[in-house]
Design a binder for this molecule. Structure first.
Ligand code: SF4
Length: 931
């Protein structure tokens, strides 16, 4: 047994982990008690990392050798590394020679390590001579980058996690911190417990779990943040709450901004944002007059056609009230991905250069060219994410290199993205997982290492650099991302006739040392840092200059900013509505965002059935009144249609969602949610709908708002099949079932897990709907993949009525017969009780005939345990509600009693906001009785 310190590969909190391994197998994970981001805590995602890295998962999901497709429609064939890289270099060199360097593009990822990012950036800008290198961080943080640079002069979050405990007011806006940054939310809960006077304001169109902790909730209309911030500044000016001395001494541009916010009267703000004037005043007062106000914000501000303005308008508030540069005060952008910061540091975006330099600045270009030893760095701005795929769709970019990201799931406007991937002459996908939608478009697949195998560094939201260390050897022929890029670069150099190499790296550390040198004299100067120091002194914040022993905790404490005159700049932020407004044909605002227990396209979290306990299947959440008005019942299938596409989903009423709004989790790509249109076109998950409209400054697309119409779908024939499968076959079955989804108008296929018999089990659920019963051969295929084509399978079929049932019972160790797999075709109204029999592994021998009878009613004995709330201890909502009925006292006392009885929320704590909501909603039985 070995222990290796590393970091969690999911969100930007950047928690430290200790990986337990034995030989080449990762066997466990726990929080690193010495890591300053989390002090030993992990959320549901982090604490289940080992489940996603087992040898069983690796065998079924990982790309383990280079694969090449000579014909696009055919399955890829294994190829040697040398052949693969030679072919790639030959093809890229040919495109560069024939069409120029801007005919190639590199699309990389905020999940790459800093070293990986550095090499890709140098490869594109230094060797190929194009700035066409962009990243999925464009979809995540580019508005935060632009907002910081416009106002404070550098892309540097000035605050730190410790500021939470010094703050008197927290302004959380556009961030469901409870789900997206759970360990940070634990620290917010700690801060509130330690200082009950701490005031928390949450502004969000959705009433998320984060709102549970709020003293003031502002349910603003989608996209109206700039109006809210300008309205708050209007009131601050009116009430005399600004800090005129700070403004005069440390800023510029305030007078021009004053003229703009003058128009943002409380009446106007209340009307545009949909909040009360009293709440607006309360928010402005708390923000401005609290001794220290810290803002926390994320995609709600960034993923917007006004993303930069939203960021800048919020920072305007901090500058106007001097809520910056002090403990507990400052605008703190939370990074979505684990190393979005590292990517920004090396300039791995189409408009940036190494060490926060600007491509548009000739001096910066000359500095980078000198550092790299190349004559020049190209001047022409590169294509950003949306532009890059549009250019490929238009035939302008002919060769694409995609690393560690899944644009066929995550990019908006999937029709264009898929056209781009089909039209490009040569697509390289460098990936750890063979299961992503993008892999299907690759001419060449290169196997990369991933969490637990990689070596390098990452930077989290508070500018803290941590080491990422390998616990096990790379599986199969997988290689580290940086070394793949270097091996390709060496071959490309030969093809392009370069005499000496720009990539002399033998180790990740040698790459990092060059990056470190590039930061000398810059705002993020880390010339005092080394791998050795990270080894001995642990994670460090930047800047950390040569001769210094620790990094800077917070920035701008002296009121001097990295601008030419040392002053921060107010930005004239004029409110602009969302890019595509709701209209009569598309009357709903569709919002997308994260689930608590899933990460991005689910290539990793989707391998752990346990993580589907909290939200088992894709749904669209709607306001109950909207559903009633359209006669949409709970669970009814609806068409969601935007100007770009249409998908189908079951509808769920949610108290989180405002009128005329809808929410679908961002994770559901065609790997889990599919179907085909009436013309046979395969549907491409949630981003078939989203808009490519982007912020003109940051070029970040507006993933947070798409107008849609929602109409009830009429698909009378439905199918539900579920099966327990051996752990080493379940994920392979999921992959085999995926292409079948596209043969139904609506289909979803997801893993699930159970452990009611004391042993963790893996299962797969397949759900579909159609106008008529499909070919029997198709249903038989589904049955075969779910173990329902065996001699002991019980069957019923009525072809004329389109009804079909199959069920397989097995004898368990305790002698009872359990339901191992079933399929209901035609009438699925018995789903609730039959699925419960299977999921909860209840004795099923007495239900034999009922299992095969269409429309059979639920026997009283079969009661579902409900939805999983606490993933760590597998506690579901029915048990929680029952226990809460017995618990009396204050809300805190009842929560403590509940936790004492069921242990829910006592490990990672990710479910605590939901438990608090349930405490509020479920009275104790004694209290519920009316006299
Ligand atoms: Fe990972 Fe959760 Fe920590 Fe984010 S909060 S880094 S997902 S453990």
């Amino acid at each position: 047994m070995r222990e290796t310190r590393s970091t969690c590969p999911y969100c930007g909190v950047g928690c430290g982990v200790i990986i337990e391994s034995s030989g080449d197998e990762i066997t466990g994970v726990r929080g690193d008690p010495d890591h300053p981001a989390n002090f030993g805590r992990l959320c549901t995602k982090g604490s289940t990392l080992h489940l996603t890295a087992s040898a069983t998962v690796t065998r079924q999901t990982r790309l383990l050798q280079p694969m090449q497709r000579l014909v696009r429609a055919e399955a890829p064939m294994a190829v040697a590394w040398d052949t693969a890289l030679d072919n790639a270099a030959g093809k890229f060199a040919q495109v560069i020679r024939d069409h120029g360097p801007d005919a190639v593009g590199f699309y990389v990822s905020g999940q790459l390590l800093t070293e990986d990012y550095y090499v890709f950036n140098k490869l594109a800008k230094g060797l190929v001579g194009t700035n066409n290198v962009d990243t999925n961080s464009r979809l995540c943080m580019s508005s935060a980058v632009a907002g910081y640079k416009q106002t404070l002069g550098a892309d540097a979050p000035p605050a730190c996690y410790d500021d939470l405990k010094h703050a008197d007011c927290l302004f959380i806006v556009g961030s469901n911190t409870a789900w997206a940054h759970p360990i940070l939310f634990r620290r917010i809960e700690d801060a509130k417990a330690a200082n009950p006077a701490l005031k928390i304001i949450v502004a969000d169109p959705r009433r998320t779990d984060t709102v549970e902790i709020a003293d003031l909730f502002l349910p603003i209309q989608p996209g109206t943040d700039v109006m809210l911030f300008n309205g708050m500044l209007h009131l601050m000016l009116w009430e005399g709450w600004i800090d005129a001395k700070y403004i005069a001494a440390h800023t510029s541009g305030f007078d021009a901004l004053k003229a703009i916010v003058r128009e943002c009267t409380p009446d106007k703000v209340a009307q545009v944002c949909g909040i009360s004037k009293d709440d607006l005043l309360a928010a402005a007062r708390l923000f401005a007059t609290s001794p220290a106000t810290l803002s926390l914000y994320c995609q709600g501000l960034n993923q917007s056609s006004s993303g930069t303005a939203k960021n800048a308008a919020l920072i305007n508030l901090h500058l106007a009230t001097a809520q910056i540069g002090r403990p507990g005060a400052g605008p703190f952008s939370l990074t979505g991905q684990p190393n979005a910061m590292g990517g920004r540091e090396v300039g791995g975006l189409a408009n940036l250069l190494s060490a926060h330099r600007d491509l548009a600045n000739p001096d910066h270009r000359a500095e980078v060219a000198a550092l790299w030893g190349v004559p020049s760095v190209p001047e022409k701005p590169g294509k950003t994410a949306v532009e890059m795929f549009q250019a490929a769709a238009d035939g302008e970019i002919r060769a694409l290199w995609i690393a560690c990201t899944n644009p066929a799931q995550s990019m908006p406007d999937q029709a264009t993205v898929r056209r781009a991937l089909e039209r490009a002459e040569f697509v390289v996908v460098q990936e750890a997982f063979a299961t992503t939608a993008t892999c299907a478009f690759a001419d060449l697949l290169l196997p990369a290492t991933t969490w637990g195998e990689k070596e390098g560094t990452v930077t989290n939201s508070e500018r803290r650099i941590s080491r990422v260390r390998p616990a096990v050897a790379a599986p199969g022929e997988a290689r580290n991302d940086w070394s793949i890029a270097v091996a390709f670069a060496h071959r490309l150099e030969r093809q392009l006739g370069r005499a000496s190499t720009l990539f002399p790296y033998e180790t990740a550390e040698s790459v990092w040392n060059e990056h470190r040198e590039s930061t000398r004299g810059r705002d993020l100067d880390i010339t005092g840092l080394s791998y050795a120091m990270l080894e001995t002194a642990g994670p460090q914040q930047w800047p950390l200059k040569e001769g210094e022993s620790t990094g800077r905790v917070r920035l701008y404490e002296d009121g001097v900013f990295p601008t030419p005159d040392g002053r921060a700049r107010f930005v004239d932020t004029v409110y602009k509505p969302v890019a595509e407004a709701r209209e009569a044909r598309y009357p709903f605002s569709l919002n997308t965002g994260r689930l608590r227990d899933q990460w991005h396209g689910m290539s990793r979290t989707g391998t752990a059935g346990r993580l589907f306990g909290h939200v088992p299947e894709p749904v669209v959440q709607m306001n109950a009144q909207d559903m009633a008005r359209r006669q949409i019942g709970e669970g009814d299938l609806v068409h969601l249609t935007s100007k770009r596409g249409s998908i189908m989903l079951p509808a769920r009423a949610s108290a989180e969602i405002g009128l005329s709004q809808a929410f679908v989790a961002m994770h559901w790509g065609e790997e889990y949610l599919s179907g085909c249109s009436s013309t046979g076109v395969r549907l491409a998950g949630i981003n078939a709908l989203t808009t490519p409209a982007y912020c003109p400054t940051s070029k970040q697309p507006e993933l947070k708002h798409t107008p849609v119409k929602i109409l009830k779908a009429e698909l009378p024939w439905s199918l539900l099949a579920m099966a327990w499968l051996p752990a080493d076959a379940a994920l392979a079955a999921h992959r085999a079932l995926q292409p079948l989804m596209a043969l139904f108008p609506f289909a979803t296929c997801v893993p699930f897990a159970g452990n009611t018999q004391g042993q963790e089990r893996s299962g797969i659920l397949f759900r579909a709907a159609a106008h008529d019963a499909p070919d029997e051969a198709l249903v038989e295929k589904i049955e075969a993949l779910l173990g329902l084509q065996t001699a002991d399978t019980l069957r019923y079929a009525d072809r004329r009525r389109g009804q079909r049932r199959s069920a397989r019972l097995v004898r368990r160790a305790d002698g009872s017969a359990g339901l191992e797999a079933f399929l209901l075709g035609g009438d699925t109204s018995a789903e609730a009780w039959i699925a419960t029999l299977l999921r909860e592994e209840l004795p099923a021998q007495s239900y034999g005939r009922l299992l095969l009878s269409p429309g059979s009613k639920a026997p009283v004995a079969v009661q579902s345990r409900g939805k999983t709330v606490c993933t760590c201890f597998n506690v579901a909502d029915v048990a929680i509600q029952t226990e809460l009925g017995r618990c009396s006292g204050t809300a805190d006392e009842r929560l403590a009693k509940l936790q004492g009885a069921l242990k829910c929320g006592t490990n990672c704590g990710s479910c605590i906001p939901e438990l608090k909501r349930m405490v509020r909603a479920t009275p104790a039985e004694a209290e519920a009785v009316t006299p």
